[in-house]
Design a protein around this ligand. Structure first.
Ligand SMILES: *Cc1c(COP(=O)(O)O)cnc(C)c1O
Length: 360
């Protein structure tokens, strides 16, 4: 079979989505399935939808367009602040977009009016992680301006934590988001129907038994695809962590010293060489590299240790084991490695055929 490749088990992704939808459903929270790590794969989007996610979200308009072309039957949200230059395309393909800039919201309104349609708006609020978001003190005026613009429907507010700065979603910042929703409703008499509390980093908060207040939606990518909690990268109970695996092929396998010889300068990637001497090892080269994966984001099988990577090679220590050329090695991936593998044209994506499951 072609290598390198991602082996994607759609049944496991379906299971992960379903389990999270059930657990959060008990707390009055629906799930937006985030597809951005999958390059808008219609198969993966389909597995999420069968798992019960209520809509799909992606940060790239191109991915949303790909899913539209594939006729994925879902509401779709652009979850990154739209580019001003893409307003017309955003309105044409996304049902709703997450926004923080009035200039963009104005352009979306004009584009929607020209197209004779209504575009949904969720306003993102900054609650400390310092990525996207309107400062809380500016939310009311932004709502006021947004409500004045034609062909827009203000659907709700949201926030995103645990990304740029690793700020943990907790009772305090989630209560602040709830309070902001209450205050906007009190001021404008509108009902914000969506209060989107965050991403997979919100699961400990959401499932920990705390008050969920007004929060009624979470946007989940990593937890569905990789079964791990991004706050500590521990497996989430009851979810698969091996729904997506990377398989690479051995192109050289030799007994070699582990210590380089000759004068040492910077490596190809500007790092200083690692000079640990572990004696003679079985050094194996795999035909996959930094262009395709993040070498720090691969988890190797027992007895195999990743030593380094160049653009096109992954170098591993196989200890005493002799692994023949042409053999394949399978790795688990983290989010960073997954995103790169999904977007590399050199990595095949192979979805496992669906078992004949009786729908639950
Ligand atoms: C990527 C992203 C998500 C999903 O995050 P995960 O940690 O993969 O669940 C949610 N919201 C926004 C705005 C994002 O950019």
């Amino acid at each position: 079979m072609t290598a390198p490749r991602l082996e994607i088990d759609l049944d496991k992704i379906h299971h992960n989505a379903r389990r999270l939808v059930e657990l959060l459903g008990r707390r009055g929270i629906s799930v937006t399935g985030v597809t951005k790590a999958t390059l808008g794969s219609p198969e993966i989007a389909g597995a999420m939808l069968r798992g019960g996610v209520s809509s799909l979200g992606d940060s790239r308009l191109e991915n949303i367009e790909a899913m539209r072309r594939a006729r994925v039957p879902s509401r779709m949200a652009l979850i990154r602040t739209p580019m001003l230059s893409q307003a017309t395309r955003v309105v044409a393909h996304a049902d709703v977009s997450f926004n923080t800039e009035l200039a963009v919201i104005g352009a979306l309104s004009s584009a929607a009016r020209e197209a004779g349609q209504t575009h949904g708006i969720v306003l993102m609020v900054e609650l400390g992680d310092l990525r996207e978001g309107i400062m809380p003190g500016d939310l009311e005026s932004t709502v006021r301006e947004t409500l004045r613009l034609p062909n827009l429907e203000l659907e709700g507010i949201g926030t995103n934590l645990a990304c740029r700065s690793g700020v943990t979603p907790d009772a305090r910042n989630m209560a602040e988001l709830s309070a902001l929703a209450d205050s906007i409703d009190a001021t404008f008499g509108t009902v914000l129907s969506v209060v989107s509390g965050g991403n997979s980093g919100n699961l400990q908060w959401a499932l920990g038994g705390a008050e969920t207040g007004r929060i009624n939606d979470l946007r989940l990518g990593e937890s569905i695809l990789l079964g791990r909690d991004p706050l500590d990268r521990e497996p989430i109970e009851g979810l698969y962590t091996d729904a997506i695996l990377l398989v690479a092929e051995v192109i050289e396998s030799k007994r070699k010293p582990s210590h380089p010889w000759g004068e040492l300068a910077q490596t190809a990637f500007g790092e200083m060489p690692v000079t640990e001497d572990r004696g003679t090892i079985t050094q194996v080269l795999l035909a996959v590299g930094r262009q395709d994966i993040d070498p720090c984001g691969l988890h190797s099988p027992e007895g195999i240790e990743i030593l380094g990577a160049s653009s096109d090679h992954l170098i591993v220590d196989c200890g005493e084991e002799r692994i023949p050329v042409g053999a394949e090695i399978t790795f688990e991936l983290n989010y960073s490695a997954l995103v790169r593998a999904m977007t590399s044209p050199f990595v095949a994506k192979v979805a496992k055929v669906q078992k004949n499951r009786i729908p639950a």
